[in-house]
Design a protein around this ligand. Structure first.
Ligand SMILES: [Zn+2]
Length: 243
């Protein structure tokens, strides 16, 4: 792990951004512009030429550098006092609890369904709020999960999609403006949480349909009875208490 800014003396829990690609790069930029941190960026991959059109935080000089490190270099120029810690690592079963337990809020900026469910399960287990983000073709989604209180990812989809389906989704391509908008929305959820304000998308899913001139829908998501996250039970007892 490497540190930029003041992280040695920083005691506040970081906002964890898992993935420094299409979603994570705009999310990190928006957080830096708001001077909201500290940040912890976790990503295993180097910057590639093909990333540059969508991952606007990187330039040609960054090709070959680890994304997390190149992103932190850029963020240091935007917000000099922002503490940014980096880990060149893939979030997996062995390290997820270690990273997530340190964070106050988690941004799921991955493009891999298995990683999304891992983030969901560990955040639910450790009681860390997180914002899910997903983009497929011209459509993007975001939802914030308050563990044990609002619907989790497994309330929405019981299991991750299978590998073939995932592969074809990736081949479907991702459009820059939609992914940029979803990443920026994820950052605004983190900014609200850091300020002690309830995130706008807690218990709600936002869908951005890029094929129809910026059409946005927001719909509440009910917790699924029987889901291990326990939010359905909590919602039921809150409703009973209100009567
Ligand atoms: Zn659930």
């Amino acid at each position: 792990m490497a540190s930029y800014g003041k992280s040695e003396t920083e005691s506040k829990a970081p906002i964890l951004i898992v993935g420094a690609g299409g979603l994570g790069a705009p999310a990190a930029l928006a957080l830096a512009r708001a001077n909201c941190g500290p940040l912890l960026l976790v990503d295993p991959d180097p910057v590639e030429l093909s990333n540059l059109p969508r991952q606007i935080i990187y330039g040609e000089a960054d090709i070959g550098s680890a994304k997390a490190v190149a992103a932190a270099r850029r963020l240091a120029k935007i917000a000099r006092d922002l503490s940014v810690e980096t880990a060149v690592a893939r979030l997996d079963d062995r390290n997820a609890s270690r990273y997530i337990s340190r964070a106050d809020f988690v941004i799921d900026a991955t493009d891999d369904p298995a990683a999304k469910f891992l983030i969901n399960d560990v955040c639910v287990e450790l009681g860390r709020p997180f914002v899910y983000g997903g983009v497929l073709g011209l459509s993007g989604q975001a939802m914030t999960v308050m563990p044990g209180e609002t619907a989790c990812l497994r309330c929405l989809f019981e299991t991750p999609p299978d590998i073939e389906e995932t592969a074809s989704c990736r081949d479907g391509g991702i459009i820059g403006p939609v992914v940029g908008a979803i990443g920026t929305l994820q950052a605004s959820e983190a900014i609200r949480a850091a300020a002690g304000i309830r995130p706008t998308l807690a218990g709600k899913i936002l869908t951005l349909d890029g094929s129809r001139a910026g059409r946005i829908r927001i719909a509440p998501i009910a917790a699924r009875p029987g889901c291990a996250c326990g939010a359905a039970r909590a919602q039921l007892s809150a409703a009973n208490a209100a009567h």
